[in-house]
Design a binder for this molecule. Sequence first.
Ligand SMILES: [Zn+2]
Length: 309
Amino acid sequence: MHAPFSKKYLLKSNKGTSVVFFAIVLTVILGITALTLDIGVVVLEKSRLTHAVDAATLAGAQELVANSSNTRRVVEEYIYKNTGNLKDLSVLVDTSNRTVEVTAVKTVDYYFAKIFNKTMQDVSANAKAKVENIKSLKGARPLAIIQQTFVYGNLYTLKEGAGDALSGNYAAIALGGTGGSIYRDNILYGYNGTITVGDLIQTETGNISGTTETSINHLLRQCNHTPRCTYQYYNKNCATIIFIPIVNTLDVNGRKYVKVLGFGTFFLEGVTNRSGQADVIGRFITYSAQGETSNSVGDFGTYGIRLVK
Ligand SMILES: [Zn+2]
């Protein structure tokens, strides 16, 4: 006869258990949610820091090519602008091995997990970039210069005018075909194919002085940067900066093949046309370009940069 009582008790007990159980579940869910939200913030901050460190390292390596003493400052400026406060920053510049390595540590505050007495976590990122000699690139101009020791800032004649050239060759080369209109397009826009060290390229014969003068002047007019670009301070994408294949010889008779040994970057200074003889003049600069790299090819001042970690 105790059945009704025990049934009632059981009912009460079930209700109590449900409330306690619900409270526990809710706490666990809230806890997991808090942690998940904070972990999300940590993951996001880690990803931001990684991107910033990668980009700062690449920017530093570019500066290592252009102005090595400025490398550290460029990395620091870049990273603080993009990440805000850091707990720790290390910048290792190795000029002999041509590497830049950056490690950054940032403290991320927890917002929700504070209820578990966990208030912050450090995230870190590391990247190392290496400067290597460029092996192949797109956008070369249809001019060539003979292998020599190039000196930064010195003036070089990138195309000879008539009269001082050899056997019908005036330092022009045929990229992607021969003839005046291809030559003109290659001067104006750069050759849209890829040239690789070791390639054999045909010379473009004739002095082509009118086309050369017109198209080089067109490139010079495209610099609308203020102040106007110079070989020391220039916009990296300015039309006055050109890549030219460095070849083994131009001392060939008529249309002949010459061998590409590397690439030089020049800042266009001008074109002089003295009674039908167009000389193109440029200053040799060091530059980081897009393209395949290798350290088994010669160092002619044009480099590619890659992240090695
Ligand atoms: Zn410019």
